[in-house]
Design a protein around this ligand. Structure first.
Ligand code: FE2
Length: 196
């Protein structure tokens, strides 16, 4: 699909979805650490903060998550690979692989989300609804290099992510939702105009 805004036209792929069964692996010790934080039963923001801290302490190497053939990227679109789905549905983990300039649609999420960049550089643009909900306004632009971990919780999480580097980027994502059932954790795609 094509998205226009701020004078920019990009070829944004429809939301990447994952199959119901994992195509990669999440290290057992990391799953245990994430599970311990989720089971505290805190609110979304505090859960995201704690999961981000846990992930930041244990950020894996890309090769620990996906085989080499899945770490090369796909010219058709960025790829999302399921690594773990908690049996009780309380969280799930995915790895995303991006070629340079591959980008998501503008979207928000159904639940809290934590991201960690494992390789390359990802850029995130954050938007707010404007003009009584008829448009979006860019409110922040963040560059997330390898090693950067951040967490957020809806509402106020309208964003778009791009590989803004010149090499394959890879990130891992922990969602407070079961993406093996939902396909992804996207709540809504936004096609509103972006105003200055
Ligand atoms: Fe997102």
């Amino acid at each position: 699909m094509s998205v226009t805004g701020t004078g920019l036209t990009v070829n944004a792929q429809a939301c990447a979805t994952v199959p119901e069964t994992p195509t990669g692996a999440c290290p057992d010790d990391l799953v245990r650490a994430l599970r311990a934080e989720v089971r505290r039963g805190l609110d979304w923001q505090r859960t995201a903060d704690r999961v981000a801290a846990a992930l930041g302490d244990m950020l894996p190497e890309p090769a620990a998550l996906l085989p080499a053939r899945l770490r090369r990227g796909n010219p058709a679109s960025y790829q999302s690979h399921l690594l773990h789905a908690e049996p009780d549905g309380s969280f799930s983990v995915a790895a995303m692989v991006w070629l340079p300039d591959q980008v998501t649609v503008i979207h928000d999420h159904v639940a809290w989300c934590v991201t960690g960049v494992l390789q390359g550089n990802e850029c995130e643009e954050v938007f707010a609804l404007a003009d009584s909900g008829a448009a979006l306004r860019l409110v922040a632009r963040n560059e997330n290099p390898s090693g950067m971990v951040c967490g957020f919780a809806p509402p106020g999480d309208i964003h778009r992510v791009r590989n803004c580097g010149d090499e394959v980027a890879m990130s891992m994502h922990v969602y407070g939702a079961d993406i093996s059932r939902l396909g992804n954790s996207i709540r809504r795609e936004y096609t509103l105009p972006v105003i200055p």
